[in-house]
Design a protein around this ligand. Structure first.
Ligand code: IMP
Length: 423
């Protein structure tokens, strides 16, 4: 037995939550491997919308283990709220939520540093979700972090104090105006820690490898998207973890040869939230229409998402870096009613035509080159089988498969679990 992965191929918000929930029946364990509460995984069923930030998207299923891997960063305050919300819905977490002892904790001062750093950058700000993600990963790689496993040892409060004081000095150095009450923040943090200490902490790398040896099926759940990867994304406008397949190896302790299928998920168009280059962005009526029909507002921050045409140069880059074996296309329904659909297949880059992602895709260097495809008018949100989809929708799928050289396995035609079609 091996592990399958599901990863976003664009700038995040592709719809991973919905598909993980949909695929969970086929797996025993769902494991998140990177990111933190900057993610907002939205699931919809039985008329209710659920947004998960830290907890894997298999949590609503009975008898499935949901594991938070060592690569994830956890904010105990947000985590506690998330758990309390699930308890209100009678979701029993006691036997199905496991947390790696090696996962790092987001301190309140990490959030403050995020804010101070963004303020100090002015127009060049990253557009961070301000959840303290970057500063927490900085402390991880700087070898200063506080980890879940520390909570089982004596002296974690001393570590917290030392780190908090160090952070307060750092915040001072930014020389920006932010208001906060550190005593209140630390009290809230400590209360949340006392709450999460009742959860199950494990050595997850051993647990996962033993599970593989015992024939269990595991799905690794990515957060954000490949273009937000710290190495292969649009740096510096990225997040601070490896969102690509390699991040699953380091974020779970799984060897590369244990990875089987890599499901790459993308929207039928492109969105981005936060700053940074976006070659196919539409600042016109079509972009506004995508945002409105696609309800393109961030699940974590509520910020409007920027929208544009599908970019195959980006998808090809993500397919290669992740070793994608099968594709999943989301939100095909949002394109219904657009007469001519454009797809970017190449870039004009510094006067040359190229089909790969160059070092810098700042707007002044890049001009997208498009191909046009006829659209469809029909409402496809109630269609249940691939054969019933409009011919032009199928043509769109065929065009993408031919261009990308990878099969599309699933198309999604609405936010609900039931609006999911196998191709
Ligand atoms: P951070 O990870 O919160 O620091 O944000 C860095 C960049 O990644 C910003 O542009 C965010 O908008 C973006 N980002 C972070 N998490 C997500 C996500 O889950 N979906 C989409 N964009 C995200």
């Amino acid at each position: 037995m091996k592990i399958d992965l599901i990863l976003g191929l664009q700038w995040g918000d592709e719809g991973k939550g919905k598909i993980v929930d949909f695929l969970t029946n086929d797996y025993n364990i769902i494991a998140r491997f990177q990111g933190g509460p900057n993610a907002g995984h939205t699931l919809e069923f039985d008329g209710i919308k659920h947004v998960l930030h830290t907890i894997p998207s298999g949590i609503f299923h009975e008898n499935k283990i949901n594991l938070i891997g060592n690569g994830v960063v956890i904010d105990p305050v947000i985590f506690k709220e998330e758990i309390e919300k699930l308890k209100e819905l009678n979701v029993d977490l006691s036997n199905k939520l496991l947390i790696s002892r090696k996962a790092h904790l987001i301190l309140p001062t990490h959030r403050l540093i995020d804010k101070a750093s963004e303020l100090s950058k002015g127009k060049k700000k990253i557009g961070s979700t301000l959840k303290g993600i970057g500063p927490t990963y900085m402390d991880k790689t700087g070898r200063n972090g506080l980890r879940i496993g520390d909570l089982e040892l004596d002296g974690w409060e001393d570590k917290l104090n030392t780190l908090t004081n160090k952070h307060l000095n750092l915040i001072n150095n930014f020389n920006v105006d932010i208001d906060f009450d550190i005593n209140k923040l630390v009290e809230e943090f400590t209360n949340s820690i006392n709450f999460i200490k009742s959860l199950r902490f494990i050595d997850s790398e051993h647990y996962l490898n033993e599970s593989i040896n015992n024939g269990k099926k595991i799905l690794g759940e990515g957060a954000q998207g490949s273009l937000l990867d710290i190495d292969f994304g649009t740096y510096p406008y990225v997040t601070s973890s490896n969102t690509t397949a390699a991040g699953a190896c380091t974020g779970l302790g799984i060897a590369p040869n244990k990875i089987n299928n890599v499901f790459g998920i993308f929207k039928a168009y492109t969105t981005r939230v936060g700053s940074g280059p976006f070659p196919t962005e539409l600042k016109d009526e079509t972009g506004e229409r995508m945002a409105k029909i696609g309800n393109e507002f961030g699940a974590t921050t509520g910020r409007p998402r920027r929208c544009g045409w599908l970019d195959l140069v980006i998808l090809k880059h993500s397919i290669i870096v992740n070793g994608v074996t099968e594709l999943i296309m989301m939100k095909g329904d949002v394109l219904s009613g657009i007469d001519r659909i454009k797809v970017c297949t190449k870039y004009k880059y510094k006067g040359e035509t190229i089909d790969y992602l160059p070092y810098s895709i700042e707007d002044e260097n890049i001009e997208p080159i498009y191909e046009e495809i006829s659209g469809w008018d029909e409402d496809i949100t109630k269609i249940k089988s691939f054969t019933d989809l409009p011919q032009n929708f199928k043509n769109y799928i065929n065009f993408l498969e031919d261009s990308l050289n990878v099969k599309i396995k699933i198309v999604s035609v609405g936010p609900n679990r039931t609006q999911t079609i196998f191709v």
